[in-house]
Design a protein around this ligand. Structure first.
Ligand SMILES: CC(C)(COP(=O)(O)OP(=O)(O)OC[C@H]1O[C@@H](n2cnc3c(N)ncnc32)[C@H](O)[C@@H]1OP(=O)(O)O)[C@@H](O)C(=O)NCCC(=O)NCCS
Length: 166
């Protein structure tokens, strides 16, 4: 497939509904690996977007591929375990099925990583092969430091990949 143009937009609370809708698709995708059940109203319980409108360290983005809504991400200025305030954490990252394996995730991730230079962590879901392969490929390309993989002590289901971006 030819390279597709990928545009990132930093969004505010006026796009809350859009992010909530995408968050449900994301939770559905990961629910098979995570073993999460639907609530009786047909939605997943999730607090992925907490703080996006109230805390300046949380940065929500939408992605557009060829000007079509194609995914979202949340970048957090704090390590996942809360221990460091000087780290960028890719808290959420999702590309819709329609645009997968077309380089959209790679382009969006590269744009986000270079928009926020410094120390980074990303946390692929353990056992979810697309995410593990995606992040190991993207981190290897984008890192300006050694890439270190740690187990996430706060969660049994994730690994933490740490690296720096100039
Ligand atoms: C993981 C995800 C973001 C990948 O997005 P994408 O736009 O399809 O990824 P890209 O097309 O940019 O792929 C870049 C590289 O990642 C790897 N990759 C991506 N998807 C893969 C898959 N399903 N299987 C194996 N490798 C994969 C490949 O190395 C690929 O390079 P290649 O196509 O040249 O072989 C997407 O599948 C997704 O949103 N999944 C559900 C949510 C999720 O897991 N998010 C990550 C949070 S931990």
């Amino acid at each position: 497939m030819p390279d597709v143009s990928v545009r990132l937009v930093a969004v505010g609370e006026d796009r809350r509904r859009t992010l909530q809708n995408l968050a449900q698709l994301y939770l559905h995708d990961l629910s098979r690996t995570g073993g999460w059940d639907l609530r009786d109203d047909g939605t997943f319980d999730g607090n992925l977007l907490d703080g996006c409108w109230t805390e300046s360290r949380r940065h929500p983005f939408l992605f557009y591929a060829a000007e079509s809504l194609a995914g979202f991400a949340v970048v957090d200025r704090r390590s996942h375990d809360g221990g460091r305030e000087d780290v960028w954490d890719m808290a959420e990252f999702f590309v819709v099925n329609r645009w997968r394996r077309a380089g959209v995730g790679r382009s969006a991730a590269r744009q986000l990583l270079s928009a926020f230079p410094g120390d980074w962590e990303v946390r692929p879901f353990r056992g979810y092969q697309p995410a593990e392969r995606f992040w190991s490929s993207v981190c290897a390309e984008a890192a300006s430091s050694e890439v270190v993989i740690d187990e996430d002590q706060s969660r049994a289901d994730a690994r933490i990949i740490r690296f720096s971006v100039d």
